[in-house]
Design a protein around this ligand. Structure first.
Ligand code: AMP
Length: 296
């Protein structure tokens, strides 16, 4: 039965602990002619997530979100355990932004047909899973595609909203949506601090000093954008401009890359780029941060 904390017919946001209840609610919405906009998240919500919910609300009859820290996309148990969680604050944010329903779940409830959740059949991330994130976090994008596939099947959204901040993830998800024939995947711009630092749930794990240091990540992307504006089109030169920004930094760069997003399979394509996305991942102590910027 669907329920919320106040009463069955209350106007407050519905909070469902179980994906099968969410599926029932979404089915009712569709059967009554309402389009469902969907925002999948791992919680610890910030203004980046809020921007997705705001857009989903505007573009659909009803908006639902999920909060699930997906173990399938963490290759490191410590990182999974350290991931920030604050459900009460998240519920308040979602309600304030007019979300109609939010649901949670467990691996057992997302994959009821699997007897042992250690044996969930993983879906390959596909062609856009190659390189960058997959090299640094093997299996991460397979884990993303596996859970997003499941979320889409439970929710059946007309449109699903993802942040450009996780650029390679958006390519994998768009490829998944194309293979399923739905939903429309809407990629929303990265919300940043005034310094340029991309908002991230993981920023909550940084000290004020570390946050300042993390600004170099955006500075490196800005350096690539400046070089692009000055006419530089070679990936390796653009990458050197990015790396230069980390001289003397405590940040450890995992990758700094410039790729043509539509020719993703090519590693560092030789020659001149016509379209280019600068992408970076760096670690500051135990915190891993990623960001990217369109150059063309
Ligand atoms: P997460 O909770 O980190 O899995 O993120 C949920 C969604 O929010 C993903 O589609 C992210 O790309 C998106 N997101 C995360 N940070 C930002 C940001 N700074 N601006 C816009 N979207 C974001």
């Amino acid at each position: 039965m669907l329920h919320c904390s106040m009463s069955y017919f209350c106007l407050a946001m519905l909070h469902l602990p179980n994906p099968s209840d969410a599926r029932d609610w979404c089915n009712v919405q569709r059967q009554t002619g309402r389009s469902v906009g969907f925002v999948p998240t791992m919680g610890a919500l910030h203004r980046g997530h809020e921007s997705l919910v705001d857009r989903a609300r505007i573009e659909n009859d009803v908006c639902c979100a999920s909060i699930f820290v997906n173990p399938l996309q963490f290759e490191d148990g410590q990182d999974f355990n350290a991931y920030p969680r604050d459900l009460n604050a998240d519920l308040a944010v979602l309600e304030a932004h007019g979300c109609d329903m939010i649901f949670e779940g467990t691996l057992e409830s997302f994959f009821p047909e699997v007897e042992d959740v250690r044996r969930i059949p993983m879906i390959s991330a596909g062609p856009f899973g190659r390189g960058l994130e997959e090299v640094c976090r093997p299996g991460h994008l397979d884990g993303v595609r596996t859970i997003v596939d499941r979320l889409f099947r439970f929710v059946g959204p007309a449109k699903a909203y993802f942040g450009e901040k996780d650029f390679q993830q958006t390519l994998v998800v768009m490829d998944l949506a194309e293979s399923l024939g739905y939903p429309d995947v809407i990629v929303c711009p990265t919300v940043r601090e005034p310094s340029g630092l991309a908002l991230s749930s993981r920023n909550a794990l940084l000290s004020p000093d570390e946050k300042k240091e993390a600004e170099r990540i955006f500075q490196s992307l800005a350096a690539a954008a400046k070089a692009w504006s000055s006419g530089i089109r070679h990936a390796h030169i653009l990458r050197e401009k990015m790396i230069e920004q980390f001289a003397g930094s405590r940040l450890i760069v995992e990758y700094a890359a410039v790729r043509n997003p539509s020719a993703w399979t090519a590693d560092d394509p030789p020659g001149e780029l016509s379209h280019a996305q600068a992408l970076i991942a760096a670690r500051l102590g135990r915190v891993r941060l990623i960001d990217n910027l369109q150059l063309h």
